[in-house]
Design a protein around this ligand. Structure first.
Ligand SMILES: *Cc1c(COP(=O)(O)O)cnc(C)c1O
Length: 356
């Protein structure tokens, strides 16, 4: 049996956004959050659902100084029958433990976390939006809370889950984005924290994002930190190429985040009869293949966008447009199938969905 989750109801629930409101992303939060604390010697204690509110931390709390923290991102989807379902949620909490292990944060029980999330969602079910393409974004995270400036793993932590109704990712339909190959900064290196979902990776990537925006691009394609040659990710998504009809993505090598959408695309592609490859991908070979017309599609994969097609790629002074800047056939197929299953429009043949 799981530890009992106590519930303190919010006496002042907010007015929910109207059905046709523009929700944006991550700007509105629901009435309640889940939280529990870790105390060395006691483990994870006092799991509880409480009103959504600011949390009080000592200014010396370790997370502020040394960034010992991890986070996750997943969504709850309104189903045609009005119920609410999650997409492969256990994988997110298994990944919490992979991230925790790297950041020396104590392990959590993934089954208990899924149970806690479902308990929170049942209380907040009315916050799951119903307009086509909208969903409730879920952000679990863990922070080190010891009030101490010593550099060491903390003895106390806080785990929270907050919820945010979010709008359609592509309000005007899927529009392929322009990307440039980043050859100045790197996101992660082997032996570093690239495979962990930890805030510092994002802090380190902001400079490239700013550089990309200033140059008129939406995101960057990251190369490996040692050779600046092997393709890793695109923005904060995993990256796929369709080369000679084969669905290719960089092999997980320690500096690449093991995306759940990445795994889903690979499994789906195989199920649909496409050949897939996870391998080291040299940007120069990719460039030559693309010049020779062998690369028919490029796309990013991640929970927020699901599939984000790349229209144009710039590398140094050269640039290549893929599929005439339009979304490719396979990108569209993966997008339609995955979102179809998530929103209950298509049968869930591979058992990805979990009702709350
Ligand atoms: C979260 C994340 C992804 C995508 O993972 P999903 O589980 O598919 O959402 C890819 N790259 C980075 C750096 C990430 O943080």
């Amino acid at each position: 049996m799981y530890q009992t989750i106590s519930v303190t109801r919010n006496p002042n629930p907010a007015i929910k956004p109207a059905a046709d409101a523009k929700l944006g992303f991550g700007q509105i939060f629901t009435d309640h959050m889940f939280t529990m604390d870790y105390v060395e010697g006691k483990g994870w204690i006092e799991p509880r659902i409480v009103p959504y509110a600011p949390i009080c931390l000592d200014p010396s709390a370790m997370v502020f100084h040394y960034g010992q923290a991890i986070f996750e991102g997943l969504k709850a989807y309104r189903q045609p029958d009005g119920s609410v379902a999650l997409f492969r949620p256990r994988l997110n909490f298994e990944r919490v433990n992979q991230s925790n292990a790297r950041m020396v944060i104590p392990q959590v029980d993934p089954d208990f976390c899924v149970h806690a999330l479902k308990t929170l969602l049942r209380l907040e079910a009315d916050w799951v939006p119903s307009a086509p393409g909208t969903s409730l974004y879920i952000r679990p995270f863990i922070i080190a809370t010891d009030p101490c400036l010593g550099v060491r793993p903390a003895h106390t932590y806080k785990f929270l889950i907050i919820l945010s109704p979010s709008g359609v990712y592509y309000p005007k339909g899927i529009d392929p984005v322009d990307i440039y190959v980043e050859n100045e900064y790197v996101r992660a290196v082997k032996g570093g924290t690239g495979f962990a979902k930890t805030p510092g990776n994002y802090a380190a990537s902001l400079i490239s994002q700013a550089k990309a925006y200033a140059a008129g691009f939406v995101q960057v394609l990251w190369l490996d930190g040692v050779h600046r040659r092997y393709i890793e990710e695109v923005g904060s998504m995993n990256v796929f190429f369709v080369i000679d009809g084969i669905v290719v993505t960089p092999r997980l090598n320690g500096s690449i985040l093991p995306g759940i959408t990445r795994r889903t695309v690979l499994e789906l592609a195989a199920t649909l009869g496409y050949q897939t490859e996870e391998r080291q991908l040299d940007i120069n070979e990719l460039w030559a293949d693309a010049k020779a017309g062998k690369v028919s599609e490029v796309f990013g994969s991640g929970t927020a966008a699901v599939i984000s097609p790349v229209g144009k790629l710039k590398y140094g002074d050269d640039s290549i447009t893929f599929n005439n800047g339009a979304i490719g056939q396979l990108s569209q197929l993966f997008y339609d199938t995955i979102t179809g299953v998530q929103f209950g429009r298509q049968p869930d043949k591979l058992g990805w969905m979990e009702k709350i």
